[in-house]
Design a protein around this ligand. Structure first.
Ligand code: SF4
Length: 458
């Protein structure tokens, strides 16, 4: 008999992808997804402690689902970073919680679920899997109704930035073999996927510990050869490890989109040192300069933290200066909040909450203006757009993304879904673009319109 699973997901793309993998796994065990928690037989809260205030969110989510347990005996579980970090303490604190599934235990989920169903026993699996087998692909069972897909290439991090919980909850860096990744992407392409986003906490570290000697740029080169795939993206890259070979890949690989997410976190060398980031403001700007020289149309996004302990007004001003200099296409900005177990959590020279909020508001205001100006600069130009589906705003419109990852809405038939088409940008908005299809008969090859002809294959 079919049952229903409801998953509430917090945080980053890695977590969203884990949710996708869990749904694929459970489908083979007759659990189908529902978007309505009220009809679920199994409720899973997939937690993130990287970007969220973790405990608070988890306990408030579990509080909402307590009634489901009482009324219909739904099984309640917690997965993700908080599960990994807290382990069985979560079971002790929440008496109606049935399962705790750590970040490396996803492949074991169906068996653990069956155990809970059969015996009512409460289970916790939060160890680290040291051979990396937990990273194996979980193939989709039903046809994929999507043009873009995430593919995990590595997980974990060896950097131990002082504010970050990742090395503790995702473990040390582990990479998947190149052949396995290529086979997964080939299968996705057979199912209609045109764009992949390669995921890893530090993709530049790809290859460490594998039997085959291979680095991230070599992996990209192999993926670029896959027939039927149109676009490649990746996230996240660490500025310290961004190699010249990878920068050159933007010039050579026609499917690699001209967008990089390169978190800088602070523009102050003093703060960067306290964060243990391993680079200076100057060396970060040098990398940006290299990227822009190789690829002038490169879109750059980043993460930044304000109010790290010890951040003074002049440090914050240096952060603003860096933002003005780089002119990011977009920023993910956060107020610093301590993560239990990290080195920064022990620092005492805290920045007052109001100061943090004021700095964040100012930074976001400046970035909003830059983002809008960068969108406006595209007006009148022609962009290669990969059409993803019907626009949410109008039934006559389709929606897609430029190579620089900007959303474009324009009038066009649904038959364009999955195609690369040329679109003239007519209007810029703060978070999206409006365009006009140039010729629906004219379908592009990857990279036709970018790099001022360097990659042109028309
Ligand atoms: S590089 Fe630093 S911020 Fe990024 S995942 Fe690793 S420890 Fe966290």
């Amino acid at each position: 008999m079919e049952k229903r699973v409801y998953i509430e997901t917090y945080g980053c793309q890695m977590n969203e992808h884990d949710t996708e993998r869990i749904l694929r796994l459970l489908e083979g065990f007759h659990y189908l997804e529902t978007k309505d928690a009220g009809e679920a037989d199994f409720v899973l809260v997939n937690t993130c402690s990287v970007r969220e205030k973790p405990e608070h969110k988890v306990y408030s989510a579990l509080g909402r689902f307590k009634g489901l347990k009482e009324k219909k005996g739904a099984i309640i579980g917690v997965a993700g970073c908080v599960a990994q970090q807290e382990g069985s303490r979560l079971l002790e604190r929440v008496p109606y919680l049935d399962m705790v599934i750590g970040t490396h235990a996803i492949p074991m989920l169906p068996q653990l679920l069956q155990k809970v169903e059969a015996s009512g026993e409460r289970v916790c699996e939060a160890g680290f899997d040291l051979d990396g087998s937990y990273l194996k692909a979980i193939p989709p069972r039903s046809p994929l109704d999507q043009i873009r897909s995430y593919v995990t290439i590595m997980q974990g991090c060896d950097h131990f930035c002082s504010f970050c919980i990742v090395p503790y909850v995702r473990g040390r860096e582990q990479s998947r073999p190149r052949r396995e990744i290529v086979e997964e992407i080939e299968r996705l392409v057979e199912m209609g996927v045109k764009e992949v986003c390669l995921l890893g906490q530090n993709v530049n570290g790809y290859g460490k510990g594998l039997k085959e000697e291979v680095n991230f740029s070599q992996l990209l080169r192999r993926i670029d050869e896959i027939d039927g795939l149109d676009r490649i993206r990746f996230t996240t890259s660490h500025p310290k490890d961004l190699s010249e070979e990878l920068i050159q890949a933007y010039l050579k690989l026609s499917k690699l989109c001209e967008h990089i997410h390169l978190p800088f976190q602070s523009g102050s060398d003093k703060v960067l040192k306290a964060m243990h980031r391993g680079y200076t403001e100057e060396s970060y700007l040098e990398k940006i300069d290299r990227l822009k020289r190789v690829c002038p149309s490169m879109a750059i996004t980043a993460d930044v933290i304000v109010g790290f302990p010890g951040e003074e007004e002049k440090d914050f001003e240096e952060t603003l200066n860096l933002i003005q200099e780089v002119r990011f296409d977009d920023l993910f900005s956060f107020k610093y909040s301590p993560r239990k177990g990290t080195r920064a959590a022990q620092l005492t020279d805290k920045v007052e909450e109001k100061v943090k909020q004021d700095r964040l508001s100012l930074l976001q205001k400046i970035q909003r203006e830059i983002t809008f100006q960068k969108n406006q600069a595209l007006e009148g130009g022609v962009e290669e757009v990969l059409v993803e589906g019907r626009s949410k705003q109008s039934r006559e419109d389709v929606t897609g993304r430029t190579r620089s990852n900007k959303i474009v809405n324009f009038k066009g038939p649904l038959s364009l879904v999955g195609k690369l088409v040329p679109v003239r940008i007519t209007n810029a908005y703060p978070h999206s673009l409006r365009g006009a299809l140039l010729d629906s008969e004219f379908v592009l090859s990857p990279g036709c319109l970018s790099h001022e002809g360097q990659k042109c294959c028309c």
